[in-house]
Design a protein around this ligand. Sequence first.
Ligand code: ADP
Ligand code: MG
Length: 284
Amino acid sequence: SVPLSYFSGIGAASKVGVLVKGSNYLDVLNQVQTMVFDKTGTLTKGRFTVSQLLPVHGSSADLLKLAALAEQASPHPIAKALVQAANVKGTAEAPEELVGRGIKATYQGQVLLVGNAKLMAEQAVQGFAPVQATVGTVVYVALASQYQGAIVVADTVKPDAKATLAGLKASGIGQTVMLTGDNQATAQAVAAELGVDEVHANLLPADKLTLVHRLQQRRRGKVAFVGDGLNDTPVLAGSDLGIAMGGLGSDAAIEAADLVLMHDNPSAILQVRHIAQKTRRIAQ
Ligand code: ADP
Ligand code: MG
């Protein structure tokens, strides 16, 4: 039977804003050696602002308008920033979300593409030239297979992220890892700012699951995955311990996770790790 103190551990976790779905998960949290974090919305706020408009022909306003038309229906935090900055009415037709890439839609009878370099390359956009070594996420725009320009959007790290990562290491977590679909330059800048041990960029959601499986094969304790769940639900379910953002996260993510952070603040993970460590000592 389950020691009573595990139940008091769940109660203590709820007081710091973390929903623990079963007492066994506190035990798993004790055994975590590798903690894997999604970047956007997990270690960063996931609230982007437009920082640069780089049209190749036409005006900056036209470039931003095209991007916003395609992004109207997207729940992605980048989409929300573009729509807000452009303040356009109307939408492109038949917008399709291409996971880990961006949006494909139809505008005035022509194909409109808004997304990352992977999207531009796959759709054979003419005149496309990637923006080099810019810190910030670069969103590219193409209309009728012709490259229109780039928009740089910037996100900021959560105020408690750096201290949380340091605290987790001090609590005995051996390795912190950040996974992202974003570009290498931005990923490395964020990882360096926060002190993450290991970083993998340009990933599709399926690649994130493959990486978690590879980390599990290192056989150094359990592997936890922390994410906002936007396209990351399989990773939350496939890790030894899935931890979801309850505010930003989707219903599917909250469902798939073992721990849910009600206020999306990474520091709550550290608080629960300390609670779990104390709970174990009392139970033994
Ligand atoms: P992360 O791994 O940082 O959570 P995602 O998997 O959500 O990122 O997306 C990976 C990348 O795909 C983004 O950094 C962005 O370049 C591109 N992308 C995804 N969705 C969109 C969108 N709606 N608009 C523009 N770009 C997008
Ligand atoms: Mg994400």
